[in-house]
Design a protein around this ligand. Structure first.
Ligand code: UDP
Ligand code: MG
Length: 309
């Protein structure tokens, strides 16, 4: 059986449409499936719609979060509750084309354990957004050692992969990169990002920046090494400046130079501040992990295993 995990946040207009489209495609391809809708604490009627669909269909389950925990948490809740031998994850806004699912499923049947959906085009995004995304994926590709340009959350995973992801103890998860990190036999499927069918993107610029920082920090400690490099650079500069200052003192032209002092003070001061900031980000993440709070809290479930697994 194939489980399709669909995270939804304020998508009341699209939940029913997504359920219908995915069902149509999979039924036509003769694939046995279940739908796992995860309502990420929506403020609109999303949960009521999911509940109604799951009560009317035996093959649909609904999970309702107590508040908005974010898409990563929603996807992991879906992976946890999915019962299929293969599990696909896709967006509720139909930007990930359901028509690709049979192709991904066929690859899985051939023996591939991870089928990555790669974006062929990024759809209608602004230039600034594209540039920022480009930089982020460059950093992530360096951090993970895999080419992550075009990576997305549209994937199909074998039960083995799902179980290994479920067993990770960390709280700051980045699904997109973890499937690369996990390894396994991988195939790729290319798709064109479609226009959102309805509603608007749930990501504000602030949310995206926070998301980028969290994910870079969770995959690499390179920024910490950068601090050491900065330290060495400032040390070299200060050695040169010390020699210059001493020579000036000895030959008796040491007066003046007030501007240099101010510039140096500000320069060194700001580098120290930036470094403290970088260390702070890592400490905050360590603190988050150490608290050991769950990734999400489920307040209600509906559908054939509403009692929970
Ligand atoms: N989503 C979610 N929780 C959030 C934000 C988004 O579950 O806090 C879901 C959303 O309902 C959609 C998917 O994640 O199914 C992708 O979101 P969106 O389309 O807003 O992102 P974009 O396609 O613009 O990257
Ligand atoms: Mg979208």
């Amino acid at each position: 059986m194939l489980s399709v995990v669909i995270p939804a946040y304020n998508e009341e207009k699209l939940v029913a449409k997504a359920a219908r489209r995915v069902s149509e495609v999979l039924a036509e391809a003769g694939i046995d499936y279940e739908l796992v809708f995860v309502d990420d604490g929506s403020k609109d009627g999303t949960w009521q719609t999911i509940k109604a669909i799951s009560e009317a269909n035996d093959n649909t389950i609904g999970i309702h979060f107590s508040r908005n925990f974010g898409k990563e948490a929603a996807m992991f809740a879906g992976l946890e509750k999915a019962g299929g031998d293969a599990v696909a994850v896709m967006d509720c806004d139909l930007q990930h084309p359901p028509e690709k699912l049979p192709e991904m499923y066929a690859l899985w049947q051939e023996g591939y354990e991870v089928v990555e959906g790669l974006k062929r085009s990024r759809g209608s995004e602004g230039q600034g957004h594209k540039a920022a995304a480009g930089l982020f994926y460059k950093l992530m590709s360096k951090a993970t050692g895999f080419d992550m340009s075009g990576a997305s959350d549209f994937k199909l995973l074998d039960r083995k992969v799902v179980d290994s992801l479920n067993s990770l103890p960390e709280k700051n998860v980045f699904f997109r990169a973890l499937s690369y990190w996990a390894g396994f036999k991988t195939a790729t499927v290319y798709y064109a990002v479609k226009e959102r069918e309805d509603g608007e993107s749930k990501w504000s610029t602030r949310k995206l920046i926070r998301y980028a920082i969290t994910n870079v920090v969770s995959f690499t400690s390179a920024p910490l090494s950068l601090i050491t490099v900065l330290g060495v650079v400032t040390l070299i500069v200060s050695v040169v400046m010390t020699i210059v200052a001493l020579v000036q003192k000895i030959i008796g032209v040491a007066l003046g130079g007030f501007t240099t002092v101010i510039i140096l003070l500000l320069f060194v001061g700001s580098i120290i501040m930036i470094c403290l900031g970088i260390i702070g980000v890592y400490i905050a993440k360590i603190y988050d992990e150490v608290k050991g709070r769950p990734k999400y809290i489920i307040s209600e479930m509906s559908g054939h295993n509403a009692s929970g697994k």
